[in-house]
Design a protein around this ligand. Structure first.
Ligand code: 13P
Ligand code: SF4
Length: 301
């Protein structure tokens, strides 16, 4: 803890000196999430709140696509990501050229792109979505058929809830694809009465066996609203650690999967980011203007 306390004190001082704020995703470790973050939430909340930031510097404690989204919405501010290798298997699953080819293959079909993608991919899309608004975004388009990229499972989970025909891609989250329906059955046998919450990046057969599915923020709100006696969050490990802090009476059963990308962000590299102004997110202006449009369209839905 003494190393933590030293870094936390330094980060709090650096934030004041540099007029900086820290945006932290729900998967950040508790010492980041609870001790240094100014704004916390799911991808949608971080994008929404990024627009309202009144500081000169934004440090994104999360993965690279989240930092790019913050930069798209704050082109005049300095946006820092403490580790440039904090990627995402979904963002790696598709390129801008792939999106152009999908548009050629399905002329006139709107393209909805998950925010877990590069700015170059967003720039080729009509509108973005997150796990928190995917169905609403798809239905807002008023189209009979929609292309949803690149998360196959999110697309299938949305397809199960809507009349809109969804054309999917074959990207997967390396963290959520590992959960299985057998995991849920074993949990129900071992922990009678347990409530199972699953992120919509999980395979559809997992979501179908769960009691509730929603974004990281929706899972957190569910626990706050329903206060189940026992719960398991089928998602990244830090979620339970962070939500449990506010709910000492809820028993969190914790088979979870770590996201190696999220775990690249540490107090030490947040401190170094503020001390050394690294790593500054830059997006080519031609790409940024088109990608911003796709994100802004999502925020206006
Ligand atoms: P949320 O938008 O639900 O926070 O999810 C982001 C993410 O990367 C999940 O793996
Ligand atoms: Fe990407 Fe999955 Fe990690 Fe989220 S949990 S950042 S979707 S790899």
């Amino acid at each position: 803890w003494s190393g933590f306390v030293d870094d936390i004190e330094a980060i709090l001082a650096l934030k004041r000196e540099r007029n900086a704020v820290i945006l932290a995703h729900n998967y950040q470790t508790p010492e980041i999430f609870h001790c240094v973050a100014d704004i916390i939430g799911d991808s949608l909340a971080l994008a929404r709140k990024a627009v309202t930031v009144d500081a000169e510097v934004i440090v994104l404690a999360g993965v690279h696509f989240m930092a790019e989204t913050a930069k798209l919405l704050n082109p005049g501010k300095t946006v820092l990501i403490p580790d440039l290798d904090a990627g995402c298997s979904l963002a790696e699953a598709i390129t801008a050229q792939d999106v152009r080819l999908m548009r050629q293959r399905y002329p006139g079909v709107p393209i909805v792109t998950y925010v877990n993608t590069s700015a170059a991919v967003k720039a080729e899309s009509d509108i973005c979505c997150t796990s928190g608004n995917a169905r609403t975004v798809v239905e807002s388009l008023g189209a009979a058929r929609v292309i949803m990229l690149p998360d196959e499972y999110l697309a299938q989970n949305v397809a199960a809830e809507t009349q809109v025909e969804i054309i999917a891609w074959q990207g997967h989250c390396e963290v959520h694809e590992r959960f299985t329906p057998a995991d849920i059955r074993e949990l129900r046998d071992a922990h009678p009465g347990i409530i199972v919450l699953a992120h919509p990046e999980c395979p559809p057969e997992v979501v179908q066996e769960a009691d509730f599915s929603g974004s990281t923020a929706a899972m957190s709100e569910y626990v706050g609203r329903e206060t189940p006696a026992r719960v398991v969050l089928m998602t990244e490990c830090s979620m339970s650690d962070n939500v449990a802090v506010a709910h000492p009476d809820v028993e969190f059963v914790r088979p979870c999967n770590l996201c190696p990308h999220m775990k690249r962000i540490t107090l030490a590299n947040i401190r170094a980011a503020l001390e050394e102004n690294r790593h500054e997110v830059r997006i080519e202006p031609g790409i940024a203007s088109r990608a911003r449009l796709a994100v802004e369209r999502m925020l206006s839905v």
